[in-house]
Design a protein around this ligand. Structure first.
Ligand SMILES: Cc1cc2nc3c(=O)[nH]c(=O)nc-3n(C[C@H](O)[C@H](O)[C@H](O)COP(=O)(O)OP(=O)(O)OC[C@H]3O[C@@H](n4cnc5c(N)ncnc54)[C@H](O)[C@@H]3O)c2cc1C
Length: 458
């Protein structure tokens, strides 16, 4: 039987990083991937999605260009060209990931792997590998719901990347960032988009002003947002699909996509046989070093459902390898993680929302501004940018930054450093503005928009 120091199950963001770093620390490493090396992010997540986001934004660029004096012939868009070019890029990246692993002396097996017991991994052909340590990095999978008549007509984000043609009309169910991003992608490319979400408003967990602002901007751009409803049934009819909503309204579309959350990929993995425990949400339970209930079995990334983002999975994978093979115990700090939603307009957030800050701090000041950015107001657009700072009124520390507008994702990466360094509002104020930019508003907001105070601090 082959013996290794580390067997990694899953060649996505977390698994690939962990395998490379562990090998660099001198471990004999084998990694199994059942689909394509690179995992969700590279193959059917962040990367292909961002390429589609870029494609979808050209529509506005062409429109705006005319206001700046350009004569733009009526643009036309070809979905198959975009998908073919996207596939070429994904194949290039997959090859680069494979090369990097091989160069790092990681043995790659293109196979499903399951746990037979706490030290034995079984591959699809029946071969068994004995591992001193095991890392589970199997990611997550779209949850499609059950009991919905006609569910076989519904696609997830996985299939959205491979549609033969751009749907003229699409209904997307879900209110999370993936649902919102795909709604904006399809709308930008010219589809008629309806977004259906069961909750009060889209983007649960985000700051309420961000949620309201983005919804308004999406509606202004023609996306129909229907909240407090769910899809009850889908029927094939002449020229499309008839979607029945919980208020008995029918909507006829060409495609239905569900983006209703992703579930940890644990089914059939042999976790019970190995003694690995799940938490009450069905994710693998781990400690701050990503160690499971079995001391030599670890888990990182989406399968642990801590913060389902690529940079987090990568950081957890790296920290695991340093902890177990580098002699440097490294916990991962999951606080103040900056993140973006690549909607149109874009969202960038870091730190606490207004509601979270008010629940934890006894005095909270909000600085907030909405305005029309110079670039688009010039061409008569009504698009508005939102900038919001959440400040601890007692210490002056900036607890959260929330942006909706152009380049919010790029801006929040840099602001994340300031928040991680515990910057105060006075630090923001002391920073000279860069003019003319939209970001200068971040350092020029002097008036408190609203303030909260309560008796006892937590
Ligand atoms: C549409 C979409 C857009 C996203 N956009 C962003 C974004 O903009 N920014 C961001 O930070 N995050 C984004 N994410 C989330 C991000 O992709 C994930 O958080 C990240 O990929 C998690 O990495 P992971 O290593 O945990 O799992 P994954 O990358 O999912 O990798 C798991 C791998 O394990 C393999 N596998 C599973 N079971 C087995 C088995 N038994 N044997 C062998 N192999 C197995 C799978 O095939 C997969 O390749 C997006 C996700 C989606 C779906």
């Amino acid at each position: 039987m082959t013996e290794v120091d580390l067997f990694v199950i899953g060649g996505g963001s977390g698994g690939v990083r962990a395998a490379r770093i562990a090998s660099g620390h001198g471990a004999r490493v084998m990694l199994a991937e059942e689909y394509r090396v690179g995992g969700t992010c590279v193959i059917r997540g962040c990367v292909p999605k961002k390429l589609l986001v870029y494609a979808s934004r050209f529509a506005h660029e062409f429109e705006d260009a005319a206001g700046y004096g350009w004569t733009v012939p009526a643009p036309s868009f070809d979905w198959p060209t975009l998908i073919a070019n996207k596939d070429k890029e994904i194949a290039r990246l997959e090859a680069a990931y494979t090369t990097n692993l091989t160069r790092a002396n990681v043995a790659i097996v293109k196979s499903r792997a399951v746990l037979e017991d706490a030290h034995t991994v079984r591959l699809a052909d029946g071969e068994r590998v004995r591992a001193k340590n095991i890392l589970i990095a199997t990611g997550a999978w779209p949850g499609m719901g059950t009991g919905i008549a006609g569910i076989e007509h519904v696609i997830s984000s996985n299939e959205a990347f491979h549609l033969a043609e751009l749907p003229k009309r699409i209904l997307i169910q879900g209110g999370g960032y993936i649902a919102v991003e795909f709604a904006c992608i399809f709308a930008g490319l010219g589809s008629e988009v309806t977004l259906v979400y069961r909750g009060e408003n889209i983007l649960r967990g985000f700051d309420d002003d961000v949620r309201a602002h983005l919804r308004g901007e999406m509606e202004r751009r023609g996306i129909k947002v229907i909240c407090k409803r769910i899809v009850e049934a889908i029927d094939e009819v002449d020229h499309g699909l008839c979607v029945e909503l919980s208020d008995h309204d029918d909507i006829i579309v060409d495609k239905v996509m569900f983006a209703t959350g992703r579930r940890p990929n644990v089914k059939g993995l042999g976790l019970e046989a190995a003694g690995v425990r799940l938490d009450d949400k069905g994710a693998i339970a781990v400690d701050e070093f990503s160690r499971t209930s079995v001391p030599h079995i670890y888990a990182v990334g989406d399968v642990t459902d801590r913060l389902a983002l690529t940079p987090v999975a990568i950081r957890e994978g790296h920290a695991f390898a340093d902890t177990v093979f580098g002699g440097k115990p490294t916990p991962v700090d999951h606080t103040n993680v900056p993140t973006a939603v690549f909607s149109e307009p874009e969202i960038g957030v870091v730190g606490l929302t207004e509601a979270q800050a008010c629940a934890r701090f006894h005095k909270v000041d909000i600085y907030q501004a909405t305005f029309r950015p110079m670039k688009t107001v010039f061409v008569g657009s009504e698009a508005r940018m939102l900038i919001k700072l959440v400040v601890d009124g007692a210490t002056d520390r900036v607890l959260g930054v929330h942006l909706v507008g152009p380049d919010a994702g790029e801006l929040i990466q840099v602001l994340g450093i300031a928040i991680k360094m515990k910057a105060t509002k006075a630090d923001f104020d002391a920073t000279m503005a860069v003019h003319p930019t939209i970001a200068e508003e971040l350092v020029t907001m002097r008036t408190v928009t609203r303030s909260y105070a309560r008796e006892a601090a937590e």
